[in-house]
Design a protein around this ligand. Structure first.
Ligand SMILES: *Cc1c(COP(=O)(O)O)cnc(C)c1O
Length: 381
């Protein structure tokens, strides 16, 4: 039966427990499984390889991304790391220049030393993508909307260029969540998520996942997952499964509140620029309207007085918003990319991508909008 998103979020991969009928998939807190004769077992041998709570979550995530296969990892970075193990020395990767700081660090200070070459380009410019992607390119890495500038990359257009060169396209879909955007339907080969953010949604776990339709890729990822062992514990899988059941409802409110705050900030006399893909004059707004269901709960902005101390003053004054790293939880968060999430990116690179001293990033939560607006009003004062 073909189900819609909300029904899948609640039911996909989650049969009542076969031994008790428990409606919630139990936390199978076990390291091993008993065999009746050597090699004769119920599909589970050792918990680094498989765990039933994890299996339920993987089936659910595959369904939400319209994919056949999913693998869960102990963090979003562990998921990304395992994808990089599909490559070998001499291979080239073309990536968005406005990458998540941790991904940039993993690429440039870990994998670059293993002989993999990275090209960071502006993927808003498809001609530049055409120019840089060549037959040595094995992978094209897209993040959209990007962090923290919320730039929108045309997934289908970039993936089609990659395909002509037999390169795989990977989309980090963390900022959109599967509710807003399904990259596999837009010709991407692999989707990676930090489940830590919108998917788990309650700021209580760190986890990651990789989803694909390609069996060979899936098997290679599974091999590395088991060989390396960056697997999540069953309790964390349970928490993510519990969070997922309200993903569609939470995303609706994140989008509603995000839109209201973006519009409020745009009118504010102390605010210079607001980045939010829902504005008709946001670059590639049309692409966002086409490839996303709505515009999300992430908003960033700069102050007219573009000074770090002014941004810090604002961040010390907020009360309903909390000053913290991360995003995608039910509670509203604010951050200062230049000194927090993007501190590992050299100042020159950072400024080139628009991450100036007063840039503030908001992860708009699902509280009452009146309270959020009053908090911003007060802190801007
Ligand atoms: C947080 C994040 C990651 C890394 O995920 P962790 O779960 O923190 O390891 C990767 N990409 C994006 C876009 C993120 O926001």
């Amino acid at each position: 039966m073909k189900m819609k998103f909300g029904t899948k979020a609640i039911h996909a991969g989650q049969e009542p427990d076969p031994s008790t009928g428990a409606i919630m998939t139990p936390i199978y807190q076990t390291s091993t499984y008993v065999q009746s004769s050597p090699g004769k077992h119920k599909g589970y041998e050792y918990a680094r390889t498989q765990n039933p709570t994890r299996t339920a979550l993987e089936a659910n995530l595959a369904a939400l991304e319209n994919g056949k296969f999913a693998r869960c990892f102990s963090s979003g970075m562990a998921a990304t790391d395992t994808i990089m193990k599909l490559l070998k020395p001499g291979d080239e990767v073309v990536c968005t220049n406005d990458l998540y700081g941790g991904t940039y660090r993993l690429f440039t200070s870990v994998y670059a030393h293993y002989g993999i070459r990275f090209h960071f380009i502006n993927m808003l410019d498809l001609q530049q993508v055409e120019k840089v992607v060549n037959d040595k390119t094995r992978m094209v890495w897209i993040e959209t909307p990007t962090n923290p500038m919320l730039q929108i990359i045309d997934i289908k257009a970039v993936a089609d260029i990659a395909k002509r060169h037999k390169a795989q396209t990977v989309v980090d879909n963390t900022f959109a969540s599967p509710y807003l955007q399904n990259p596999l339907d837009l010709h991407a080969d692999i989707v990676v998520h930090s489940l830590t953010k919108y998917i788990a949604g309650h700021s209580d776990t760190v986890m990651g996942a990789v989803i694909t339709n390609d069996q060979e890729t899936h098997e290679r990822l599974a091999y590395h997952q088991n060989a390396v062992g960056a697997v999540p514990g069953p309790m964390d899988c349970f928490l993510v499964l519990r969070g997922i059941k309200t993903l569609h409802i939470r995303m609706q409110r994140h989008c509603e509140n995000g839109a209201a705050i973006a519009k409020y900030l745009k009118e504010h006399p102390k605010v210079a620029k607001v980045h939010w893909p829902g504005f008709p004059d946001h670059q590639n707004h049309q692409v966002a309207a086409k490839q996303m269901k709505d515009f999300g709960g992430m908003v960033s902005f700069t102050l007219k007085e573009d000074k770090q101390e002014k941004a810090f003053k604002f961040l010390e004054a907020i009360k309903v918003f909390s000053l913290a790293e991360s995003l995608g939880g039910v509670e509203s968060l604010a951050g200062h990319p230049a000194t927090m999430t993007h501190a590992s990116i050299p100042a020159e690179e950072r400024k080139k991508s628009g991450i100036t001293d007063s840039l503030i990033r908001l992860s708009v939560g699902i509280e009452d909008i009146e309270d959020l607006l009053a908090d911003l009003e007060n802190a801007l004062k």
